[in-house]
Design a protein around this ligand. Structure first.
Ligand SMILES: NC(=O)c1ccc[n+]([C@@H]2O[C@H](COP(=O)([O-])OP(=O)(O)OC[C@H]3O[C@@H](n4cnc5c(N)ncnc54)[C@H](OP(=O)(O)O)[C@@H]3O)[C@@H](O)[C@H]2O)c1
Length: 282
């Protein structure tokens, strides 16, 4: 029987995970299928139980269920534990639900391995204090920046995120209004402002010379934060498409024990995006 996997979220039809995982499976010769499940808020646990009871092998979890998935996981990886959110579910040997969070690995691989950013000794600003920021905080600090500042529109949330991660390394919380002159080498946008085409309100002088910006969001057109980075002189203004593929690759590895080659899949998604953009413009 073919092994079954799925991504659960609401909405879910936009998810690129089925395409990404089927490419990984084709590339590595794994016999598996990967579908989409539209989850209901009041029925999430029952849906997950049904999926695994009917022979499902693993699930990805996306908005708005990552915190719920954390709660129902009876075993959690250190990444999931510190993130308070789970994006990958598997069954343990005794049939128990095991939760992982692969967002941090995904971001770090895309930033440092795919794009060659050297994190050690750099001044880094992480914007946002929601699930995405929590998911990447620990690995970012462990990557060895000189300083990591977490800034959020609601400053108290940044402070409490920093307090929860105080053992990881040099961390500081801030409001968005206290960043003037920050001269950061890297600004990572983990807010959802871009979903409304907005950019967190930042002072003009918070980028150091040769700084990079990274938006976890991605889309067919350059995101608002990518445009902000380019307009403010960033050497590179990256979006989150590579992170999406890398976090999927880590889930695939956890399930199948095989590491797919992510480069061709990132390139495939970028080609699809370019074709859609050109089609739209025609
Ligand atoms: N590429 C990937 O693989 C990947 C993986 C995970 C997430 N993401 C992306 O990461 C983003 C955040 O997701 P999430 O799950 O963390 O969302 P979330 O838990 O809802 O958190 C949203 C965050 O954005 C802030 N925010 C919202 N609108 C803002 C605005 N107009 N100005 C300034 N700050 C604003 C919120 O600040 P307040 O606390 O003040 O409300 C909060 O910190 C989403 O765009 C998601 O698509 C991408």
């Amino acid at each position: 029987m073919t092994d079954r996997y799925a991504v659960i979220g609401n909405p879910i039809e936009q998810s690129k995970s089925p395409l990404i995982h089927s490419e990984f499976a084709r590339q590595t010769g794994q016999h598996m299928e990967y579908g989409r499940l539209l989850g209901k808020l009041e029925d999430f646990l029952a849906e997950v139980r049904r999926f695994f009871a009917s022979g499902g092998c693993g699930m990805n979890v996306t908005v708005p269920f990552k915190e719920e998935a954390w709660k129902i996981s009876s075993e959690r990886s250190p990444q999931a534990e510190s993130a308070g959110a789970v994006n990958t579910l598997s069954l343990g040997r005794g049939g128990e639900l095991r939760g992982d969070n692969t967002d941090g690995v995904g971001l770090l691989r895309d930033l440092t391995e795919n794009n060659g950013f050297a994190l050690v000794g750099k001044r880094v600003l992480l914007l946002g204090a929601g699930g995405a920021a929590r998911g990447v905080l620990r690995l970012l600090v462990e990557g060895g920046p000189a300083e990591l500042v977490v800034a959020n529109r609601t400053a108290a949330k940044a402070e409490s995120l920093v307090a929860s991660g105080k053992d990881y390394g040099p961390l500081r919380g801030s409001g968005l209004d206290a960043l003037a002159g920050g001269r950061f080498d890297l600004i990572i946008n983990a807010t959802s402002a871009g979903l409304a085409g907005e950019v967190p309100s930042l002072p003009d002088d918070c980028l150091a010379p040769h700084a990079w910006t990274y938006d976890m969001l991605y889309g067919d057109a350059p995101t608002a934060f990518c445009r902000w980075g380019a307009a403010h002189g960033a050497d590179r203004a990256l979006d989150g498409l590579g992170m999406l593929v890398e976090q999927a690759a880590e889930s695939f590895f956890l399930w199948r024990g095989v590491r797919p080659n992510t480069g061709p899949v990132i390139a495939l998604l970028r080609r699809g995006r370019k074709a859609r953009a050109e089609g739209d413009g025609a």
